[in-house]
Design a protein around this ligand. Structure first.
Ligand SMILES: [Zn+2]
Length: 344
């Protein structure tokens, strides 16, 4: 077992190295799977392996050679590059290895703000860089993460590189939404899929990370079986936000909470999208427990509405007003049966 790998990372990794060792690993690899499943750590380790100058008996990177040492030297650019959701573009920083390149969301030098897509210049750079001679005389690796952030001009520019593979040059595309990539790109890549593990494996992994069983079970259920997402919510306070959303929705339904006050609180701190996601999920969970068809349909409508409001948050709309409208709808729907207006 590779240090730090989850069982599902290990499975995918073993598939990749089997192809690699048999000379079947193509020049281009599309590494896909849900967000936070561990794609990036997997490809970085694969890169370390490919670049290592003196691999051990198992073929694993030695950790001691010139390549491994410089590979491990990491730093963030200044200003630090981030994704649109605020997380780091390169979670462990850029590598100092001269034959390793990470490509992702950059900072717009003119505005100082993070870009919302990967541009054609970045894609062209990949092609010209891969055509250079390797500094250490071995492989050269480019990791593009997330590859689906390439705009269409960038994807077109990258096609040329994909069509003219060079020996010992690797181009690895990481994506949680591979369907957003043009079919022309997908068809030229070998696919490496990190699949969600079964419930028991996922739960055991969370317990192995030191999470109490009750917390782990609740987070895993909230994340619909995605252990990476569950761990993230446990560690980032997401599960606390979810419990608060649940309490707010109950208070509104009971007629106890002020819709305006709650809407303002939901909109105030940059977590509005997360709250709306949880609210939609809670409505769906509630609908799943019900047998009343009218009520189930109403919750399904509200679920759609919550997702629409979440999309609207990216526009210039007043978030607190949009959320207040949604919560008002929640209250009205909840109170209906009690006022005697039950239709079913
Ligand atoms: Zn090494």
């Amino acid at each position: 077992m590779t240090a730090g790998f989850s069982p599902w990372q290990q499975t995918a990794y073993e598939r990749a190295i089997a192809s690699l060792d048999e000379g079947r690993l193509g020049h281009a690899l599309l590494v896909c799977g849900p967000q936070r499943i561990g794609k990036r750590a997997l490809v970085e380790h694969l890169a370390k392996r490919v670049l290592c100058l003196t691999r051990d008996a198992d073929g694993e990177p030695c950790g001691q050679c010139r390549s491994c040492k410089v590979f491990a030297q990491r730093s963030q650019f200044d200003p630090v590059e981030t994704r649109p959701d605020g997380s780091l573009s390169h979670p462990w920083g850029h590598s100092a290895h001269p034959d390793m390149r990470f490509v992702g969301y950059e900072i717009n030098q003119k505005t100082g703000k993070p870009r919302s897509e990967i541009l054609i210049e970045q894609a062209r750079d990949i092609g010209s860089w891969l055509a250079l001679t390797s500094q250490f005389g071995g492989a050269q690796v480019v990791i593009v993460d997330p590859a689906d952030a390439m705009n269409s001009a960038a994807a077109n520019a990258l096609l040329k590189t994909l069509e003219e593979p060079l020996p010992n040059r690797y181009l690895w595309l990481v994506s949680a939404q591979p369907s957003r990539l043009p079919a022309t790109i997908r068809s030229r890549c070998q696919r490496l899929e990190l699949a969600l593990p079964g419930q028991a494996v996922a739960l055991q992994w969370l317990l192995d990370q030191g999470k109490p069983r009750a917390d782990a079970e609740a987070a895993l259920a909230a994340a619909q079986g995605d252990p990476g997402q569950a761990l993230h919510w446990l560690e980032s306070g997401g599960m606390t936000v979810r419990r608060q959303v649940d309490a707010d929705l109950r208070a509104i339904a009971d007629g106890g909470g002020s819709v305006v006050e709650i809407a303002q609180r939901w909109a105030a701190d940059g977590e509005a999208a997360l709250r709306l996601r949880f609210a939609a999920d809670l409505a769906r969970e509630r609908a799943a427990r019900l047998t009343d068809a009218v009520e189930t349909r109403r919750l399904a409508r509200w679920f759609d509405q919550a997702n629409r409001v979440r999309d609207l948050l990216r526009t210039t709309i007043r978030a607190d007003l949009a959320i207040a409208g949604l919560l008002l709808e929640w209250r009205t729907g909840q109170q209906e049966p009690r006022t005697g207006a039950r239709r079913a």
